[in-house]
Design a protein around this ligand. Structure first.
Ligand SMILES: [Zn+2]
Length: 242
């Protein structure tokens, strides 16, 4: 099993896409982390629908895309290596038996096997483009549940940004322009460099324009819906003056 899937690594579009929580795959040797298949199908294991949106965006934007190949319950590639939830023991009320009392060796093996290859893949694409003088704009693609603790989320799509709003402001304006959907602006999640890892490490560090986006999962249930949202988001990106 490969940890990381790379699509169109050398395409010339301005955007570089990555999807930290693309899959709910648990390597066979981890025995499903002791969880039933029903738990591994839930959002705790992955960002449902996000991989399909990423693949469609990669095609529409002619952009490289890197998709993590393992569940975030195996290792969360959007967390710092010293974060307590890098390998979560509990997620949304579900205890993860295969993550309890993990030895240092087992922890190190997960980092070496899945975390580093995924981020190395993003890094090598960005380095190669920089060496060739090609600009890069980093976009991190996620999905969010339709409700949290029983409270529906009103935003069908939400952008997370930090102080650099070069991409967030124009994309927000473009998505809101038709007036048909609520678009979250740092709601329900902001981009927190202390918590999030991928955009801070790959984009903030290099001062690349960037965005983290959350598509609401009930809006992207199948390939055609994923493509529809990818088209709308891609158009907002392409309209950007950045
Ligand atoms: Zn995510």
């Amino acid at each position: 099993m490969t940890a990381t899937r790379i699509i169109r690594p050398r395409r010339s579009g301005r955007y570089v896409l990555f999807c930290d929580h693309a899959r709910n795959t648990v390597p066979a040797e981890l025995c499903g982390l002791g969880l039933p298949a029903s738990e591994l199908a839930r959002h705790i294991a992955w960002d449902i629908g996000a991989a399909g949106v990423t693949e469609a965006l990669s095609e529409i934007l002619d952009a490289p895309a890197v998709l993590c190949g393992v569940s975030r319950l195996v290792i969360d590639c959007n967390r710092h290596l010293d974060a307590s939830d890098l390998i979560p023991e509990v997620s949304d009320g579900t205890a993860i038996p295969g993550n309890l009392h993990l030895s240092e060796a087992a922890r190190a093996a997960r980092i070496e096997t899945w975390f580093h290859p995924y981020h190395d893949a993003v890094e090598s694409i960005l380095l190669e483009r920089a060496a060739a003088g090609a600009p890069s704009i980093a976009v991190s693609i996620h999905s969010m549940t339709a409700s949290l603790a029983g409270i529906p989320r009103p935003w069908k799509i939400a952008l997370s940004s930090h102080r650099d709003r070069r991409l967030a402001d124009p994309v927000l304006a473009a998505l809101r322009r038709p007036g048909d959907v609520l678009v979250g602006d740092n709601q329900p999640y902001d981009l927190n460099p202390e918590v999030d890892y991928s955009i801070p490490f790959h984009a903030l560090r290099r001062q690349l324009p960037h965005l983290q986006v959350e598509f609401r999962q009930d809006e992207i249930p199948d390939a055609s819906a994923q493509r529809r949202w990818a088209l709308r988001f891609a158009q907002a990106l392409l309209d950007c003056p950045v």
